[in-house]
Design a protein around this ligand. Sequence first.
Ligand code: PEP
Length: 290
Amino acid sequence: MRHNRVITPPGNLCDDSRMSSRQITIIANWKANLPPSEEVALAKAIAEGVGGELHAAGRGASLRVLLAPSTLGLVSVASLLRREYPQSGIDVAAQDTSLSGAGAFTGEVPANHLVGITPAVIVGHSERRQRGESDEIVGEKLARVVAAGLAPVLCVGDDLPAAEIAARVVYVQHQGAEAITAAERAGCSATQLFAAGFVIAYEPIWAIGTGKPASVEIAEAIASGLRAALHQNDLPILYGGSVDAASAASWLGTSKERTGLDGLLVGGASLDAVRFSAIVRAGLAAAGPA
Ligand code: PEP
């Protein structure tokens, strides 16, 4: 195993050495809120809203926008974006994948069937964990995603609304390490995982859909603690949990003064094209010149 996942206390909240070159990723998680036809309409409205600005800014490399429709809507939304808005650079992400590979597994969605449809797959969202997904399962899914050549977005998050920051950091470090160790048991080395475009999204359960986001201070401490524990100074860490248009800029900062976060995973506010477009604009402002 390449790295030593020692659980460490939060270090510097903002490491300046990684400030300049960081790509920002903004993911819209539409969950099972809309039927595919409405997902296509929403993708169209978002692409009409910010696609031109994304193209004009030429910031494809420094700002990545991914829409995660339902599994049923994934192909239609991906086709729409590639056919009608290729220059926007907006792409899709899958919300989940199955534990099984291809074969006689009725109803399952193997990771290797997502190849060519999506570049990225969310794994371990708390709504999946609440339905029984353990760290072991999450790790196995990470391994499946990497084996398929896709980029995993691992969701972690505490259910400790009143905890001290340090306790929260230790909890999330442990959760991240457990999933990575399980991925290793499933045949995916940490080296392979980090080389696959691995991203972690910190989504405290108490902040998801509650209108009560964490603070930037907490999210930065988690980001710093995860990077330290995993010995990955450049590991991209997103924040998710009640992010809205009005708060998006505060999570990301400006191109001159970025926070320690690398993007946002947005649920409720991503179901509204105007609100989500405003969040993407905050990403553009933080990404700065291409
Ligand atoms: C989520 O479910 O991933 C999420 C961040 O939701 P919301 O933005 O609605 O809190």
